[in-house]
Design a protein around this ligand. Structure first.
Ligand SMILES: Nc1ncnc2c1ncn2[C@@H]1O[C@H](COP(=O)(O)OP(=O)(O)OP(=O)(O)O)[C@@H](O)[C@H]1O
Length: 888
């Protein structure tokens, strides 16, 4: 048992030892494992301590990289946005206020948007915040009052600065007197570019805007263009202004008003009609941009915006004042070249049926045409001084002359007022060119109504020639005459008379004949291609015509310049509200239905005109000659007179009927007044009046022209000068006539008379003898004495009586009719030995009885450097002459 127990013990012991050993081993292993684990844990802990540092650095690096890329991208985007904004709102649309100035667009250019601030993008260069207004849309503001004012002022100033002066019109509706940024624009009001409608006026304003939209759509865009902007881009014309209505608060809108607002919002922008509203609800539409202004910034839709400061008050005022000044001064003229065809098309038109040419641009941008033909045949132009009649005549002449060749059209032009601007149509010293169509130019005609009469007589003669030709060819109209006689020269004739009322002034023979001729030309000229264009600044001018309704009725084409009176029909006052340099053209005798408004280009200045004239002049036909220029202020010269140049002495003997040239006749041709001096009773000349220079000029021309018809030594010129003031002129003549002349004075004049009278006894076959007596009445004392049994005066009377038949003629100046009569034998003495006379400052009444046919004398109102010539052998009425100027 013990053994078993010992055995058991041993076994237990062995088992325990074994178990212990195993446990120890396991412990050791476990301990080793623990140590390794601890070691690992420590390592892990150590490693774990290092990791966050590295990850953070990486994250920061990545973040920084992203941020840098982001910033570059934002900067790039901002730069691009800024550049795009610059393009979308060029010039005055986006420039900073410092250095801001208007940059008006040309007609075809879109105006662009307007900047009100910058978009808030942190860290990027500022991007302009823009609002589309002109041609773009409408702006609806809400929020802070001051901020909204700033936006309105900026928006409007930029708009005003982008439109050419006058093309942006503002209208304000501000019933609550909010001001709303409009106050600074007040100077525009003086030019009608800013108007206000009062409380209660909103409905009317909206109606008016809707009406403008309708009109523009129907008549301006006319289905051809979708918007004014498109029209401007396609045609280069912008015929309508922009209309910007600024509506600031007010009562609740009526249904009608809301309806009208809707229409404007939908259709306004295409027609240049825009709304800027604050405190007025606009419907949602793509054309509406909403701006919300908070005290610390604004929002354009979702975009945060930092507002610009308001435009400086002085900048605003000065800009508006300047715009108003330019507008009040009138629009910049359209170029004259707009009226002309391209050079290759010049002189291509045919005038057989009518003459048609543009005179300017209508409100729709289309040319306004003027026609002269069977209907309307004649034109009446009116407007107060300075409104542009002369300019209009230039423009019309230019437009016609560039279309029709001189074979198709001829001009005759008469200007009764002082001024030389029409002289350029004729050849001048400064410029050798002339207008090839111009046949006659009369300038400074002033009181020389005879010249106007001469023109009318000339035209009447031409009318007769045409009527005869038409009759011969059995036709009635110019177009038919030209068709049956293609080789004939039948241009249309346009006769322009500026200040024509001067022609009709007075109740004398000239006025009567002028009115009769005008009436005949107006009535019958239409079918023969003779057209009258009468212009007047003076209502009386028109009234002078009004007395002759039949005459006025022919002038169916009326052209009224601003403020013209009585040119249009009675109730047609369109001319009263015309802007500067515009005209109402009316081919319906002035009835309102016929009104067409035209803007007239500037054509009168020298450079503009001469470009065209030179071109046409170079195109002139080889045979073309310059127009005759009659200048009422010029004194003609004998040596230039064609009739003087044509005089010549016969090869042998004495001229049978020498002529004395006395002056230039006021006529369409430069002709000389001539007095024949054949061997016949009464062929003596009296010059009557106190004007020394004129009297000397007449005697001088007479003597020199006579001398030209005699070979040297074949005629005698006895010059007696009895007025010391006439001495220089008489002496100059004496010297120039040289050996053929003899000089007499107070001492010797009696001898001249006695010797000449005694010489008359012979057969009369001797050399011609001309007695040129200057101020002969002053010799009364010297001639009272007797020589050879008779007084000097008796000798003079005998010479006057018997001399002419013996080739002895007296050409004498008496300083008055009474003095002449006294020398002839007293008031009742016969005067038939004075066959011809030239009256200077001697009134018509003094020339009555025996000197002039009929009673009361001629209609003669003396005027400087003019004389009335009457030769009883050839004249029925007197002839006005211009003495030739001094020969030296
Ligand atoms: N369409 C125009 N555009 C620009 N300037 C113009 C125009 N018409 C006239 N003018 C200018 O106005 C001034 C007066 O014009 P104009 O001489 O033609 O007037 P008027 O009516 O003939 O005057 P008056 O009867 O006193 O001679 C001139 O200096 C002229 O250059």
């Amino acid at each position: 048992m013990a053994d078993r127990r010992a055995q058991l013990v041993d076994r237990v012991r062995g088992m325990l030892a074994e178990a212990l050993g195993a446990s120890r081993t396991r412990l050791a292993t476990a301990s080793a494992d623990l140590a390794a684990a601890r070691e690992r844990a420590a390592r892990v802990r150590r490693a774990a301590g290092v990791v966050p540092e590295r990850v953070g650095a990486e994250r920061d690096r990545r973040l920084a990289e992203i941020e840098a890329r982001h910033a570059t991208r934002i900067a790039e985007l901002a730069r691009r946005a800024a550049a795009a904004a610059e393009r979308a709102a060029p010039g005055a649309g986006s420039a900073e206020w410092a250095g801001w100035r208007p940059t008006p667009v040309s007609r075809a250019e879109p105006p662009g948007a307007a900047r009100i601030g910058t978009v808030r993008v942190p860290g990027a260069e500022p991007v302009p915040a823009l609002l589309p207004l002109l041609d773009g849309g409408h702006v609806a503001l809400t929020g802070d009052e001051r901020g909204c004012e700033t936006v309105v002022a900026a928006l409007l100033l930029r708009a005003v600065g982008r439109g050419a002066p006058g093309t942006v019109r503002l209208v304000g509706y501000d019933p609550d007197q909010l001001g709303g940024g409009l106050a600074g624009f007040a100077p525009l009001g003086t030019a009608g570019l800013l108007t206000f409608v009062g409380p209660g006026g909103l409905g009317g304003l909206l109606d008016d805007l809707v009406e403008q939209i309708r009109r523009i759509n129907e008549t301006v865009l006319a289905g051809e263009h979708a918007s004014l902007r498109e029209l401007a881009e396609a045609t280069g014309r912008r015929p309508e202004p922009w209309r910007v209505a600024v509506l600031l608060g007010g009562d609740e809108l009526s249904r009608h008003e809301r309806g009208q607002l809707d229409r404007i919002v939908r259709a306004g922008a295409a027609c240049g009609v825009h709304l800027v509203v604050w405190g007025v609800a606009l419907p949602d539409a793509p054309s509406v941009t909403r701006v919300r202004v908070e005290p610390d910034g604004a929002w354009i839709g979702p975009l945060p915006v930092r507002l610009d400061p308001p435009p400086p008050a002085t900048l605003l005022t000065l800009t508006c004042r300047e715009v108003a000044r330019v507008v009040s001064a009138g629009p910049a003229p359209t170029p004259f070249t707009d009226l002309l065809p391209p050079p290759e098309s010049m002189w291509r038109e045919d005038s057989a049926v009518a003459l048609t040419a543009p005179i300017g641009e209508g409100p729709d941008g289309r040319p306004v045409l003027l026609t002269l033909g069977d209907y309307p045949p004649h034109a009446l132009i009116g407007g107060p001084s300075g409104t542009g009649k002369t300019n209009l005549i230039f423009a019309w002449i230019g437009a016609l002359a560039s279309r029709y060749s001189p074979a198709e059209l001829e001009f005759y032009l008469l200007d009764f007022k002082e001024g030389v601007s029409f002289a350029r149509f004729a050849q001048g010293r400064r410029d050798p060119s002339w207008l090839p169509h111009m046949r006659l130019v009369g300038i400074n005609v002033n009181t020389d109504r005879e010249f106007g009469l001469a023109l009318l007589r000339f035209l009447a003669e031409e009318l007769r020639r045409r009527a005869d030709a038409a009759k011969k060819h059995e036709v009635t109209k110019l177009a038919e005459l030209r068709a049956v006689d293609p080789a004939g020269h039948w241009p249309r004739i346009v006769a322009v008379v500026d200040e024509f009322q001067m022609l009709l002034a007075g109740r004398d023979a000239v006025a009567r004949e002028a009115a009769d001729l005008l009436e005949d030309l107006a009535r019958r000229g239409r079918s023969q291609g003779i057209h009258l264009v009468l212009a007047s600044q003076d209502v009386r001018g028109i009234e002078a015509l009004w007395g002759r309704p039949a005459l006025v009725a022919q002038f169916t084409l009326r052209i009224a310049l601003p403020k013209a009176l009585r040119i249009l029909a009675e109730r047609n006052d369109a001319a009263q509200s015309l802007p500067k340099y515009h005209a109402v053209v009316n081919a319906e005798s002035g009835l309102a239905e016929g009104n067409q408004v035209a803007r007239i280009p500037s054509a009168g200045d020298w450079e503009t005109w001469s470009g065209l004239q030179h071109r046409l002049w170079r195109m002139r036909p080889a045979e073309a000659a310059p127009a005759r220029l009659f200048d009422g202020d010029a004194v003609p010269r004998l040596v230039d007179a064609p009739d003087f140049r044509a005089l010549a002495a016969p090869q042998v003997g004495t001229p049978r009927g020498p002529v004395a040239l006395l002056g230039e006749i006021i006529d369409v041709q430069a002709r000389s007044a001539a007095m024949r001096l054949p061997r016949a009773p009464g062929r003596n000349l009296a010059v009557l009046g106190t004007r020394i220079d004129e009297a000397c000029a007449v005697l001088d021309a007479a003597a020199r022209s006579l001398a030209r018809q005699h070979r040297p030594g074949s005629a005698r010129f006895s010059i007696a000068c009895l007025d010391p003031d006439a001495d220089p002129a008489a002496r100059a003549l004496y010297e120039d006539l040289a050996d053929d002349a003899a000089w007499y004075d107070e001492e010797t004049v009696a001898e001249l008379m006695a010797e000449t009278a005694q010489g008359l006894g012979g057969s009369g076959g001797g050399a011609p003898h001309y007695l040129l007596l200057f101020a002969v009445d002053a010799a009364a004392g010297s001639l009272a004495g007797r020589v050879g049994g008779r007084s000097g005066l008796e000798h003079l009377r005998r010479i006057l009586h018997d001399g002419p038949e013996r080739r002895t003629h007296v050409l004498a100046w008496w300083r008055g009719v009474a003095r002449m009569r006294a020398d002839l034998g007293g008031p009742a003495a016969r005067t038939d030995q004075i066959g011809a006379w030239v009256a200077l400052d001697t009134h018509g009444g003094e020339l009555g009885s025996s000197l002039y046919p009929g009673t009361g004398g001629p209609d003669w109102y003396p005027r400087p450097w003019r004389g009335l010539f009457f030769d009883r052998a050839v004249h029925r009425t007197g002839q006005t002459i211009i003495p030739y100027g001094p020969s030296r």
